[in-house]
Ligand binder design. Structure first.
Ligand SMILES: Nc1ncnc2c1ncn2[C@@H]1O[C@H](COP(=O)(O)OP(=O)(O)O)[C@@H](O)[C@H]1O
Ligand SMILES: [Mg+2]
Length: 289
C-alpha cells in the first residue's frame, strides 16, 4: 500500500498545499506516496463536510499533517473521513492523549515537571483563590508555569506564563487569567499549572517517535540550528506505555544534567523546522500493510 498523507490546503489556492507544508508534501510525493487536501479553516468553522470534501473517497489508512486541531475537531474530521472510506492511522482517542497534557502527564510522571489542571471554557475566570489553592496544593511552592492543555503564552512570559511563587494565589490567578484572555477562543481544555525547572539555555530537542521508536532526533522549532543528543533511555518506555503511533517529545536538559520532557505532542501537528530534511521524517512513517 502507499503512504497517503492529508495536508492542509492553501487558503488562497484551493488546489495547492498550504505553503507551510509544501516541502513536506513534495517529500511524500518523492517517497512514492500520495497526498490529499483538508480545509483547516472549514474544520475550525465547524464545516466538517466542507473540510474533507476535496479529499477523494476510499483512500484507506492515512496520516494527517497540518495545523493543530482541537481534539473535538480531529474527532469530527476522523468521523467524516470514515464515512468516506478513509481511516486516520491515529485514532481520535490517541490524538487527544498525546495532544493534551492531561492525557500524557501521568505516563511521563518523574520525567516531566509535576503538573495539575482544571477544565475551563473560553474567557472563564480561573477560579476563586480558595479553589486555586486546592488545585496547586500538590505542587511545591516557588516558581511555576501556566499554560492551557496544549499551548502556553511563552512569548508573554512575565505576564501570562511564568509565576514567581505558586503559593501567591492572587499572583497565580492574575497570570492564569491573562493566559486565558490571550488564548481567547483557542484556549484548549483549561488551565495547567506546572512546577518550574531550571533548564540549560541551549534549547530543546524534538524527538519524533513512530511506533515507539525514535524515528528522528532534531531541533525544536524555537532553536532550529541547535543539534542536541538527548539520552532517550528513560523516555522510550514512557512513549511505548502511552501507546500512540506517532508522537513527538520535546526534551530539555535540566541544570543537574537530567533530560526532561517539557511536552508531548501528536506527530501529525508538531512543527518540523525547515533545518530538518523532510525526507528524514517521512522515510520513517510506516506505510500501512
Ligand atoms: N515547567 C517548566 N519549567 C521551566 N520552563 C518551562 C516549563 N514549562 C515550560 N517552560 C518553558 O516554556 C516554554 C513553553 O512551554 P511549553 O510547555 O513547551 O508550551 P508550548 O506548547 O507553548 O511550546 C518551554 O519551551 C520552556 O522553555
Ligand atoms: Mg513547547
Amino acid at each position: 500500500m502507499t503512504l497517503t498523507v492529508l495536508f492542509c490546503v492553501d487558503p488562497l489556492h484551493p488546489r495547492r498545499v498550504d505553503p507551510h507544508f509544501a516541502r513536506e508534501a513534495a517529500a511524500v510525493r518523492d517517497h512514492y506516496g500520495e497526498i490529499a487536501l483538508i480545509d483547516h479553516d472549514a474544520l475550525r468553522r465547524g464545516d466538517v463536510e466542507d473540510a474533507v470534501d476535496a479529499a477523494p473517497s476510499d483512500l484507506g489508512p492515512v496520516w494527517y499533517r497540518g495545523w493543530m486541531l482541537s481534539a473535538e475537531e480531529y474527532g469530527a474530521m476522523a468521523a467524516a473521513l470514515k464515512r468516506r472510506g478513509t481511516v486516520l492511522l491515529t485514532h481520535p482517542d490517541d490524538y487527544r492523549r498525546a495532544h493534551e497534557l492531561p492525557g500524557w502527564h501521568d505516563t511521563f510522571a518523574g520525567l516531566t515537571p509535576h503538573s495539575v489542571w482544571r477544565s475551563l471554557g473560553t474567557g472563564q475566570d480561573p477560579g476563586p483563590l480558595s479553589e486555586l489553592g486546592e488545585l496547586v496544593k500538590p505542587l511545591r511552592g516557588g516558581p511555576g508555569v501556566v499554560k492551557d492543555y496544549v499551548k502556553s503564552c511563552k512569548h508573554e512570559w512575565e505576564e501570562a506564563c511564568f509565576v514567581p511563587d505558586l503559593k501567591n494565589l492572587a499572583q497565580l490567578h492574575d497570570i492564569a487569567a491573562k493566559m486565558v484572555a490571550l488564548r481567547d477562543d483557542h484556549l484548549a481544555g483549561g488551565l495547567v499549572v506546572r512546577e518550574f525547572e531550571q533548564y540549560d539555555e541551549e534549547g530543546e530537542a524534538r524527538v519524533w517517535w513512530v511506533d515507539g521508536e525514535p524515528a528522528l532526533v532534531g531541533p525544536h522549532p524555537d532553536s532550529p540550528g541547535v543539534e542536541l543528543d538527548p539520552d532517550l533511555g528513560a523516555v522510550a518506555p514512557a512513549v511505548r506505555a502511552l501507546g500512540c503511533r506517532f508522537i513527538t517529545t520535546d526534551l530539555a536538559r535540566r541544570t543537574d544534567g537530567a533530560w526532561r520532557v517539557v511536552e508531548v505532542g501528536d506527530g501529525q501537528v508538531s512543527d518540523l523546522p525547515t533545518s530538518v530534511d523532510a525526507m528524514d521524517l517521512y522515510a520513517h512513517l510506516p506505510v500501512p500493510e
